[in-house]
Design a protein around this ligand. Sequence first.
Ligand SMILES: C[S@@+](CC[C@H](N)C(=O)[O-])C[C@H]1O[C@@H](n2cnc3c(N)ncnc32)[C@H](O)[C@@H]1O
Length: 376
Amino acid sequence: MNDSDLKKRIRRLKKCPWKEQPFSKQNWGIWMHSISSYVGRIKPAFAHFLIKELTTEGQVVLDPFCGIGTIPLELDQLNRKFIGNDLNPYAVLISKSKFDRRGVDEEINFLNQINLKKEPIPDLESVPMWVKEYFHKKTLVEILQLKEILIKNERNFLYGCLLGILHGHRPQHLSIRTGYIIPYIPNPKPKKEYREVIPRMISKASRMYKDEVSLDVQGKILQEDSRKLSLKTNSVNNVISSPPYYHTLDYVHSNRLRLWLCDQNDHQQEELTTNLIQQRSTYLDQMYLVGREMKRVLKKDGLLVFILGDVHLSPSKSLNTAEDIADLYEKIGFKKVDIINDQIPASKTTIVKYGGTNSIQKKKEKLDRVLIMRNV
Ligand SMILES: C[S@@+](CC[C@H](N)C(=O)[O-])C[C@H]1O[C@@H](n2cnc3c(N)ncnc32)[C@H](O)[C@@H]1O
């Protein structure tokens, strides 16, 4: 893509087409996007336009911080070859589940053949007390039995569905009534009711296949540190990603329950917290290492597109993450092309943790910026 073509495309993006109907609808995008929730997930329509304008069909596009795979899934929909990567085992599982395509009939047949009554009773002694708070004992037994079967049979799509219905506030969810994105236990604590797992799984799997998707997938999901990837040098055409910014979200604690179902015990979760880039004091140093790795894997003239939000430290003080990263990456050998601003109204944002403290504050208007750089 030459400079004048790129300029035209950026002009179109600056009109924020994802804010026009039908793209502005909360649930725009195929059903597969909603296998499970995640703090900091980006909107599929936003990813759709960035991919459409800034990459071309058949290109290899890397998302080094793919979370639950929103960008890889849109890349796949738009016939690009995707490489998604994340260090969080829960996020990786959901990303993988979106590409474990066997068709709905296959999945439902598989579920219908399961008879949990004949499965061994799992040892509930080893389940942490805080986990037991969320479930009726009979439901918990069924969840653990099904999980074993899914792992043994490498059924990532169904494992993703199980994680997706693990907690929430609707009858389709398996826990007591709690948050869907973050499992807060309300006060007073709701009553534990038995929720039969298999029928809920069948209806979840059927919903996810409501839109037709190709069974042929062109890409892969990795679970690696984006500061050191196993990818070959000069192997990627473009990078599109929404990296963490400073310390706004905690990708471990908000997914604590789902990480437990991904076999991550408390100790492993603490370790993951340390390994993820989410400490404000070291943020720019760590992102520098990411930049060097992107420089290595990207082909010459490839684009690096990062969606980054401003961080509000106090009502009068904000950090402009996109400008900070642009300055840093100019030193590595990237050239800043442009920054697109996208104002997100308070009603559309999730709760944000400010300034690296533990205080949870109210919803606030948010500014996302799309930083576009070229590997020169
Ligand atoms: C803003 S989220 C990405 C959300 C994603 N675009 C989506 O829609 O689901 C940032 C991600 O960076 C991941 N992350 C943080 N440090 C990482 C590292 N060193 N290597 C790989 N992933 C990392 C976190 O686990 C988190 O999923």
